[in-house]
Design a binder for this molecule. Structure first.
Ligand SMILES: NC(=O)c1ccc[n+]([C@@H]2O[C@H](COP(=O)([O-])OP(=O)(O)OC[C@H]3O[C@@H](n4cnc5c(N)ncnc54)[C@H](O)[C@@H]3O)[C@@H](O)[C@H]2O)c1
Length: 312
């Protein structure tokens, strides 16, 4: 049974040899008829909530395979309480976010967003070659906030470069970590990769934003709620720091938000995760999980409800 396989056109054909229309709700009689015989539910972005009522309609359900990242939007504690296993494609979705972040870190250290602007304005040689300046990716410090799936991938991708990486994460016991304040104060680029939880709400508050080094860049591909946006705008208005924001709070920013016009901000429309060609990777990951289930093999990306409180 497929809820939303549009993200991977091969999926229904490979599973059933024919396409079935995805369910977009769990309440109509037609949906209920299909749920009644459903054993594996493949879910996608925007899936309706799997509450007790929906689950009552699916008495044979044994697995929910999410062909996207976080399952928090639709998988309720009731799902786990009924012994239904849950899998997510968050690992596959981490790949493009980490790639995006790597690119942005390298461009930020090289001051590319600023230089593009200055070159366009000046329309003449900026004289950079003869300047002693701090541009570039040699011996810079990159702070990674959150050794999450994405954070860990970014750390791996940064290995070949002449960059020092500092990690802040109270849960990562297997890595050398530093206190968040130390990471913020020492880094040339701070990249946020922690999940949105009660604990991380506005973790980048006014004081920490003020503690960023002059010329530092804050990259946020995680969630807007992790940053105190008013405080960030205040800091950016001093033209002291830079920001690359793929996520904001609210999203998109209000029409009159200074984030649209501040020259030291690069604003992207929540595109770091799987997009375009990358979406098929999510479907492929889900399909692999379904194949494992049908063979009786363990899931590779099973969601552990015990750690969901500090995961995305
Ligand atoms: N921009 C996009 O398109 C996009 C796409 C995918 C994910 N995301 C976001 O990226 C972030 C990371 O996603 P993920 O799947 O890698 O997360 P994840 O679920 O793997 O992260 C969980 C880990 O984060 C760390 N963590 C938890 N609380 C922390 C804290 N207070 N301080 C530091 N570290 C903490 C812990 O190591 C924990 O194990 C999330 O906010 C997610 O919503 C954005």
């Amino acid at each position: 049974m497929i809820v939303d396989y549009a993200m991977h056109p091969e999926l229904p054909a490979r599973l059933f040899g024919r396409a079935e229309a995805p369910l977009t709700e769990f309440t109509s009689q037609a949906s209920r008829r299909r749920l009644k015989t459903t054993e594996i539910l493949i879910t996608g972005w925007g899936c309706p909530v799997l509450d007790a009522e929906a689950l009552d309609a699916a008495p044979l359900l044994k697995a929910v395979v999410h062909a996207a990242g976080s399952v928090k939007g639709h998988v309720t504690p009731e799902v786990f309480a009924r012994g239904i296993v849950v899998s997510s494609a968050a690992d596959a979705n981490a790949i493009p976010v980490a790639e995006f972040t790597l690119a942005m870190i390298l461009l930020a250290n090289k001051a590319v967003p600023r230089l593009v602007r200055e070159y366009h304005a000046a329309r003449e040689d900026l004289g950079l070659l003869t300047q002693h300046n701090d541009l570039g990716n040699y011996r810079k410090v990159v702070g990674i906030v959150g050794a999450s799936r994405i954070g860990r991938r970014v750390i791996e991708l940064l290995r070949p470069f002449d960059l020092q990486v500092l990690v802040a994460d109270p849960y990562a016991t297997d890595l050398v970590t530093h206190d968040l304040d130390e990471v913020v104060g020492r880094s040339d680029v701070v990249s946020i990769h922690a999940p949105a939880t009660r604990e991380t709400y506005r973790m980048m508050g006014a004081e920490r934003l003020r503690a960023l080094k002059d010329g530092a860049t804050l990259i946020n591909t995680a969630r807007g709620s992790l940053v105190d946006e008013a405080a960030l705008i205040a800091e950016l208005q001093k033209r002291r720091i830079f920001a690359i924001l793929d996520v904001t709070d609210p999203e998109p920013p209000a029409a009159d938000s200074p984030l649209w016009t501040l020259p030291n901000v690069v604003l992207t429309p929540h595109v770091a995760g799987a997009l375009g060609s990358e979406v098929a990777r999510l479907g492929a990951a889900a399909l692999d999980e379904v194949v494992r289930l049908t063979r009786g093999a363990p899931l590779k990306y099973e969601v552990d409800p015990r750690v969901l409180s500090y995961q995305a």
